[in-house]
Design a binder for this molecule. Structure first.
Ligand SMILES: Cc1ncc(COP(=O)(O)O)c(C=O)c1O
Length: 720
């Protein structure tokens, strides 16, 4: 009993993990389906390329479904392989209305291929995936009793299912086996018939009172042509399906499939599905998500969930209209990529057209826990149910708790919360100026900042940003900033003076191209500021909260700044920024000195708390370090074989890759192959995947990047 429970728990965990990582399904969704269907039969007909290649992923999913408590029954034909064998034996395959003309010789070949080769290959595949399978043909135990097809005269040994005797199948299922049935039957006289596998699957589904019939095939589902454009139909009720058959709207190989769906649903099967087998996750997506991937036939279109979910996730025009709406209604201040998403999960995002992406930019180093992380979702939901916002007129326990946790992980004394990176920098500038005027008696306090830096877009942060092109056209900007070259301690030493109230730098210049500060530089800045009584302000908006494999990037340098600014990863996608300080500096602001209506509201702080706790409890600093090393090492291997890559640098999971070619063409080509990253500088790529990224995701990203760079170096890259 205990073993059974442990096993069941393990299976649910497997299902959850697989569903989360490949299908974009939440735990709640996966469990909802798995629980609803525990003990229910699902008949799955394997056709098309799945059958040809006996796709490992599909067979693994079958095993997974069984472990999660469902009862899968597999049925297969063997179309392509039979034709190949006949071809080899010098027979020319002939079809009438999608049915194979089968004379006695052909029938022998059919049986040999189906019951012999294909069946045993599938059984072996399931066993290899850790399942138990038993192969049988419809002849065994008179499982599929057949009679000649009505047009058998011209079709030879082509039969249709007359009756199903399911005892043998039931015994196998009870014994814990996944039955794998080849679509051959016999009549009472012992004559063997070649059965259409879709029909056989439908007949089995009806007799077994299956919950679902799934036809995995080479096409995506039923297509409908409207206005000259073919669209995949996500859901059909029986009358519509019948009408489509009668009107001739469906043709060729789709006819027996849709007919089989009708037979199944008319026979009491809850729903029948035609699903493209090209997506290795197609089976799970169709079975375990509301949106599905193919065409579902059921007696009535009971719920519009599927269409609603799909219209948000599977139609190309969705993307086009999303882009058009953006262009029509929004300011043109972003050069957006031509993609929009329906949902995400972990390191994956799904485009509105259903394309699955590996997200290695994470909302520009923001999605620290990946997408739709259960803890973050729960925290946001629970807080939203209590209250969102009351303003800083009152005490906000979530804010104080987030501050306490930030103190615990960073060693600072106090926190101030705001909504973004640029606001954290504004607060830091004001704090530094107050320090300058109070402690250094300076009338015109000055902050030393670095060339190539990026601190934000509001006027103060912009004035501190060391890239002229961001500032030009927006002058006059606040004065009081002195620029010196980055990583040049001597330049700072010569610039520092009696009015210097602070030095503001990024430990890794992120937007500048992922350029880490040199160790001597940062330790030198610390000594220098301490000596003259100025503050050392670190902008860790991009590097803070675990991104570099430590809570704060300054830990890599063995120094402690006076003030640190955080944002991006802190809320894991909720807009929240923070300023941390200690001692006297943390006491500088009095009531009325600074503030923000939204800053640190309960919702944002509940999210920050969930992020901080998850990073701490799930050991994500260690993961960020090890995955960062794996990613960097992989890119370095590519660099060794490909001269297009000039340099790889960064800390933890914030990496920059210098190229000899335009980075945007590489990032576009990566995106077209399902990998999201960004061209942070004209010749530099930036990678900032979630801190939760797995080794296999890193390897998958490396593979794409390597291929794209190989094409780039051979001059074959034609990114649009
Ligand atoms: C180091 C650094 N500081 C400040 C900012 C500004 O943050 P936000 O865009 O949240 O205002 C950024 C944004 O990229 C940044 O990387």
């Amino acid at each position: 009993m205990k073993t059974a429970i442990t096993k069941a728990r393990g299976s649910i965990a497997d299902l959850e993990e697989r569903a989360r990582s490949s299908v974009g399904l939440t735990l709640a969704e996966a469990l909802r389906y798995a629980t609803r269907w525990r003990g229910k039969t699902v008949v799955i007909k394997l056709g098309g390329s799945v059958l040809d290649q006996a796709s490992d992923a599909t067979l693994e999913d079958v095993v997974l479904l069984q472990r999660a408590g469902l009862k899968p029954v597999l049925v297969h034909g063997g179309g392509i392989e039979i034709s190949r064998m006949l071809d080899r034996l010098g027979h020319t395959p002939r079809f009438i209305d999608g049915l194979r003309v089968t004379d006695a010789d052909t029938m022998e070949v059919v049986e040999m291929v189906l019951a012999g080769r294909v069946n045993s290959r599938l059984v072996a595949g399931i066993e290899a995936a850790g399942g138990k399978a038993a192969g049988l043909s419809g002849k065994d135990g008179s499982l599929l009793v057949a009679r000649p097809h009505p047009s058998a005269g011209s079709l030879g040994h082509v039969g249709e299912v007359e009756r199903v005797a399911p005892d043998v199948l039931k015994a196998m299922v009870e014994g814990g086996f996944v039955p794998v049935v080849s679509s051959i039957g016999t009549d009472r006289a012992g004559t063997t018939y070649n059965l259409n596998a879709d029909d056989a699957a439908a007949a089995l589904a009806v007799t077994l009172h299956a919950e679902k019939l799934i036809l995995l095939t080479d096409v995506d589902g039923v297509l409908r042509t409207e206005g000259g454009e073919s669209r995949l139909v996500s859901e059909l009720d029986l009358p519509t399906a019948r009408a489509m058959l009668e009107s001739g709207e469906v043709a060729g190989g789709m006819i027996p499939k849709l007919k089989a769906c009708l037979t199944a649903v008319e026979g009491g099967v809850e729903s029948a599905h035609i699903v493209g087998a090209r997506d290795p996750d197609g089976l799970l997506i169709e079975l375990l998500t509301d949106r599905g991937i193919g065409t579902m036939v059921r007696s009535r279109a009971v719920r519009s969930v599927r269409n609603a979910a799909r219209s948000n996730g599977n139609q190309l025009p969705g993307i086009e209209s999303a882009i058009a709406a953006s262009e029509e209604h929004l300011f043109g201040n972003y050069a957006r990529e031509p993609v929009a998403f329906s949902h995400g999960c972990g390191t994956h995002l799904w485009g509105l057209d259903g394309t699955k992406y590996l997200d290695f930019i994470g909302g520009i180093a923001v999605s620290s826990l990946g997408h739709a992380h259960p803890s973050l979702k729960r925290a946001i939901r629970e807080q939203a149910e209590r209250y969102l916002h009351v303003s800083n007129l009152y005490h906000i326990p979530e804010q104080a708790e987030a501050a306490r946790l930030l103190k615990e992980v960073s060693g600072f004394d106090r926190a101030f919360f705001c909504n973004s990176g640029t606001e954290a920098i504004e607060a830091a500038i004001k704090l530094a100026r107050k320090w300058g005027s109070l402690r250094r008696g300076s009338a015109v306090p000055e902050i030393i900042v670095a060339e190539g830096s990026f601190h934000g877009r509001t006027l103060g942060a912009l004035a501190a940003t060391g890239v002229a092109r961001y500032r030009e056209e927006f002058e006059p900007l606040p004065s009081g900033f002195r620029f010196v070259p980055f990583n040049d301690l001597e330049a700072v030493e010569s610039a520092i003076g009696p009015d210097t109230c602070a030095i503001l730098v990024e430990p890794v210049q992120g937007e500048g191209g992922v350029i880490p500060a040199k160790r001597d530089y940062l330790t030198g800045l610390r000594e220098l500021t301490t000596r003259v009584g100025a503050l050392l302000l670190l902008d860790e908006v991009q590097t803070g909260v675990g991104r570099t494999g430590r809570w704060m990037a300054f830990e890599h340098y063995g120094i402690r700044p006076d003030v640190v600014a955080l944002a991006k990863g802190l809320g894991g996608g909720m807009p929240v920024g923070a300023l941390l300080a200690s001692g006297e500096v943390a006491e500088l602001f009095g009531p009325g000195d600074h503030g923000t209506t939204f800053g640190g509201n309960a919702l944002a702080c509940a999210a920050a708390l969930a992020v901080l706790r998850t990073i701490r409890d799930d050991d994500l600093l260690e993961r960020a370090s090890s995955m960062g090393r794996r990613l960097a090492a992989g890119i370095e291997r590519t660099a060794a074989e490909n001269p297009v890559v000039r340099d790889v640098r960064g800390l933890g999971l914030l990496l920059g890759v210098d190229l000899t070619i335009e980075a945007s063409s590489v990032s576009t080509a990566c995106r077209e192959r399902g990998l999201l990253l960004n061209a942070v500088q004209p010749r530099t790529l930036r990678l900032a995947p979630p801190l939760t990224v797995s080794a296999s995701e890193v390897d998958a990203a490396l593979l794409i990047l390597r291929e794209v760079l190989a094409e780039a170096s051979s001059g074959d890259l034609h990114a649009n």
